[in-house]
Design a protein around this ligand. Structure first.
Ligand code: AMP
Length: 180
């Protein structure tokens, strides 16, 4: 099967829920992909191909849905897995990075010993919207001396300006939505 057909197929497992969590937001729900073995497996196979091509030494998964894809990929590829978490969740010493939201700001954190100096890292999440969360995680990985060699996401929202924010990085997304 051509790669293009596979990606079209993956899209069929993703449910879009209008006005969640608030009016005007179209939420792309990957639980329908996870709950179908074929859908989850198709997505993981494609992400695995990309992560393999990056020669990564570690995967960093972003809370919470990035944990699901990232942890399976780490196990498939015999790589270490690091969690990027919301503030106050990690028990040991952390590095922390603030990023802007549409209204206000948020933070993301890594344990100080969760990425080694010079390590080649791929960051994994389920969806890239503005790119703010992933950009913050890139900064944290770099603060610890790691090298971000790739970013892997199931979905991207191409009508948002994430490409400019992540211009310094190689980004691979399986399916793209070009309007709200
Ligand atoms: P951003 O930092 O704007 O790229 O937002 C990305 C994070 O927010 C990801 O962890 C997504 O899971 C979540 N997210 C943002 N927008 C949506 C959406 N429309 N549908 C589902 N998840 C979203």
């Amino acid at each position: 099967m051509r790669a293009h057909d596979t990606l079209d197929q993956i899209k069929q497992y993703i449910r879009s829920v209008p006005d969640f969590p608030k009016q005007g937001i179209n939420f792309y729900d990957i639980t329908t992909l996870l709950q179908d073995y074929d859908g989850f497996n198709l997505a993981l196979d494609q992400m695995q191909l990309y992560v393999t091509s990056c020669n990564a030494e570690r995967i960093v998964g972003i809370e919470a849905r990035g944990f699901i894809f990232g942890a399976v990929l780490a196990d498939r590829l015999n790589l270490g897995f690091t969690v990027a978490r919301k503030p106050g969740k990690l028990p040991y010493k952390t590095v922390s990075q603030e990023y802007e939201l549409e209204y206000g700001a948020d933070r993301v954190e890594l344990h100080v010993d969760s990425v080694a100096d010079g390590e080649r890292v791929v960051i994994v999440d389920d969806l890239i919207a503005t790119g703010g969360t992933i950009q913050a995680v890139c900064k944290l990985v770099e603060k610890l001396g790691g090298k971000v060699v790739g970013i892997s996401s199931v979905i991207d929202l191409s009508f948002l300006p994430w490409r400019e924010k992540l211009a310094d990085y190689d980004v691979n997304c399986l399916v793209s939505y070009d309007s709200e």
